[in-house]
Design a protein around this ligand. Structure first.
Ligand code: HEC
Ligand code: HEC
Length: 342
């Protein structure tokens, strides 16, 4: 009898393991979603408009100095970030915050760490004018673009119904259309969500279970594992001053509501293994440390070394297929193109 009982017990154990695995996949599909394709701004745009947006994204002449493009701080070949603690812009000026990735930004419900722009188009107007970024003016950008016949022709094709297509506003529309193509599908986690149980390693599955069970997914959920809500950085207790310096109160500055002190838009965790350093402050270089700070400050939990390593392994599974972008050949400057100014 003995061997038979053992075999039956083994069968029960094996089938409950299968159930636990099925259950993890089912719970995951309820909380997260795979990337299905480009974002809405790209779906609504023509090929011509996306190509124009690409040129503008890579063109440093959108900045006053003629040196800084969107790609300077959001390197499409480098996780969509600059790797700096906080960005360096016009005349070597150091900005106040870390550059978030542009990859999959189209899926965020709002833009910037404090959510002050509602969408990619409105967002794109900010850095061009920011003194510590590109330090330009809408009029000067329009004069620059109008000075190059190739741009005038491209704008006319991209905005065929308009009499004066070369505008600052249309520049932002085109850039947003291009940015919405910068998505990273086919991450191991996407394949898992689509039913491939082998797409994650055993450790990544353990990390996923810890991520869900300890409460990370209450804020980091949806297609972007974040990007959808505003939350205080420090729900369960103040994070270390090094990670959350006191001077930047986040959303409080946008809403003037003291309840919004230290509230930030939850960032996406897609490609997070590529986007160090972390947090709006950019003070934390290690993902392991960022995960531990999150557990303490958002959930009041201390992760064991093994749990933290599992969660980091799971976060690695969020690195998707990086966009392959052919560099645009930019229209040549002409005699009337405003000279670079520093
Ligand atoms: C000097 C560096 C720099 C340049 C140049 C720059 N950015 Fe940024 N970008 C940043 C920083 C820093 C932030 C975050 C600022 C904040 O939240 O207050 C940001 C935020 C963003 C975001 C929001 C992402 C999110 O998750 O909220 C997008 C999208 C973006 N930039 C796109 C662009 C585009 C398009 C351009 C060119 C028109 C551009 N950036 C130029 C540094 C830069
Ligand atoms: C209550 C909401 C909430 C919970 C729960 C939460 N987070 Fe966060 N997470 C945030 C917010 C808000 C930020 C941005 C903080 C900042 O920089 O101001 C963030 C930032 C991060 C970052 C840095 C991302 C970057 O690009 O800089 C990582 C990594 C992260 N969270 C992982 C986790 C993990 C792992 C857990 C669970 C242990 C977790 N989070 C739980 C809200 C939350």
């Amino acid at each position: 009898m003995r061997p038979i009982i053992l075999a039956a017990a083994a069968l029960v154990a094996a089938s409950s393991a299968v159930h636990a695995a099925d259950d993890l996949m089912k719970r995951s599909t309820e909380l997260f979603a795979p990337i299905a394709g480009p974002g809405p701004e790209a779906k609504a745009a023509s090929r011509t408009m996306i190509e124009l947006g690409k040129s503008l994204y890579f063109d440093p002449r959108v900045s006053a100095s003629g040196l800084i493009s969107c790609n300077s701080c959001h390197n499409v070949g480098g996780g969509g970030v600059d790797g700096m603690e906080t960005s360096v812009g016009h005349a070597w000026a150091k900005g106040p915050r870390n550059a978030p990735t542009v990859l999959n930004a189209t899926f965020n419900a709002s833009q910037f760490w404090d959510g002050r722009a509602p969408n990619l188009k409105e967002q794109a107007k900010g850095p061009v004018q920011a003194g510590v970024e590109m330090n330009n003016t809408p009029d000067r950008v329009e004069a620059t673009l109008k000075s190059m016949p190739a741009y005038v022709a491209q704008f006319a094709k991209a905005f065929p119904k308009e009499k004066q297509p070369v505008t600052f506003d249309n520049m932002a529309t085109a850039i947003a259309a291009f940015e919405a193509t910068l998505v990273t599908p086919d991450a191991p986690f996407d394949r898992y969500l689509k039913g491939d149980a082998k797409a994650l390693t055993a450790q990544q599955k353990k990390g996923l279970a810890t991520f869900i069970d300890s409460g990370c997914a209450s804020c980091h959920s949806g297609v972007n594992l974040g990007g959808g809500s505003f939350q205080k950085f420090g729900v369960a207790g103040d994070p270390p001053e090094a990670a959350r310096p006191g001077a930047d109160k986040g959303r409080e500055k946008v809403t003037s509501n003291p309840d919004d002190a230290f509230v930030f838009r939850v960032p996406t965790l897609r490609n997070v293994a590529l986007t160090a350093p972390y947090f709006h402050s950019g003070k934390i270089r290690s993902l392991d440390q960022a995960v531990r700070i999150m557990a303490e400050s958002q959930l009041g939990k201390t992760l064991s070394d093994a749990e933290a390593a599992d969660v980091v392994a799971f976060l690695d599974s969020l690195t998707g297929r990086q966009p392959q972008v052919t560099l645009p050949v930019l229209p040549p400057s002409t005699a009337t193109t405003p000279a670079p100014s520093l």
